[in-house]
Write a protein that binds this ligand. Sequence first.
Ligand code: GLN
Length: 498
Amino acid sequence: MPEISPANHPDPSILRWDKTFFGHPLGLSTCFFTEMWERFSYYGMRALLILFMTASVSKGGLGFPTSKAGAIYGMFTAVAYLMSLPGGWIADRILGQRRTVLYGGLLIAAGNFLMVAPRLSTFYTGLVLITFGTGLLKPNISTMVGNLYSADDVRRDGGFSIFYMGINVGAFASPLICGYLGENINWHYGFLAAALGMLLGLTQYVLGGKYLGKAGLTSCGTEADRALFFKVMAGSVALVAVGAGLSLAGVIDVTAEGLSNVFGTGLLVVVVVFFGWLLTSKEYTSIERRRFWVILVLFIAAALFWSAFEQAGSTLNLFAERNTNLHAWDFPLWGQFRASYYQSFNSLFMIGGMAVFFSWLWIRLGKHEPSSTAKFSVGLLFVGLGFAILIPVANSTNVSPLWLTLTYLLHTIGELCLSPVGLSAMTKLAPARAVGLIMGVWFLATSVGNFIGGRLASMYESFPLPMLFGLVAGFCFLLALVLVLMIRPMRGLSEGVN
Ligand code: GLN
């Protein structure tokens, strides 16, 4: 292991040599807690979102039909991840990561505060602000983790594992806290808790800024980049002004489903145009372009995976509320067991040992470790199984809470075979000068997946549930099989990259 010292580090100001965070630069603790609170805010709010939209007005909800609620849920979560593309660009070229993360956090907190007010217009405006804020914060805090290590620092992967734990600690705690407040007392208190969580995160981000060194303080944009940025900003302000004139909330509200169709088509066009350009661009060598084909296959698999997995907050959340006997788990300590609490199970399994088990397993398998394509296939198999086991009980209204528990366990196994593997595969397959861009592709898959996941939830009442679950499982199994057949050709295409 190379000796790490201020002398061989590109930015020695990053490190405090007298203290570490679990053996890592102290700046990791700043990133860890910022992302922990950001995910606390995101998942806490998301756990309530579809339940709040579909709850009747007499129960304090918005009384939306599920078709409309699913469309809005799908667009919100898809845009939140889609915004990572401009968010990364703005940090690289205009603001630098440090300030971009700060502004992102402020927008997220502001968005959640708006949702505390019981009005439709503040609800929609809040959602829009949260998508912008997430796009500015999420990709850039991850980049800042990478900045803490020099290229040859062997602690980098370990640092990312600790960071992923932070994500899951936040994602575990918030559905319980925001879910408890939101479902038991008042929906808006749940959103308030999400806003306060983000504020706590921002406070520690500002106080812990001294551990982050100079990385991310500047950007590498040209004058032309800045000019473009200000034009787009001016355009957006004009658009918002027109939107306000048209009463943005009213328009979204009346046309949510129609808007969702337009959005879905737009997303498809973005994907096709983007890959068309990537696969034919003369900027890249033929070897690089061949690897882009591998990325395309992994992208399609990831998009399908996330469209099943991300139904946690939509279809499966509704299944918990409407079809599961939650009373079986009432307990004096927490009172009535609530649907939103299920949103913690994935992170609970993750931090409760599954993440450690999988890192151990890959090392244990040594040279027999499966390729990324094979792991993706297993990931799809498990996420499909999570839905397949629900088919026999999908028509009942009082099923044991153990079914969904098993689903979330299977989904967590699937996630660990695909999500960290995908992140690492993207960095290996991308040319060094396009890692940021290819990371954006990874989030684009999550965005597509979230959108489809929301649209499937829209069909909760209009489509027989066993068939819906069966279709999701069937598509996952089919693609898992196709991937198995592609293991060899994919190895050839990726030229030495596993
Ligand atoms: N659970 C992880 C996070 O919140 C991954 C989510 C995703 O990429 N779909 O960061």
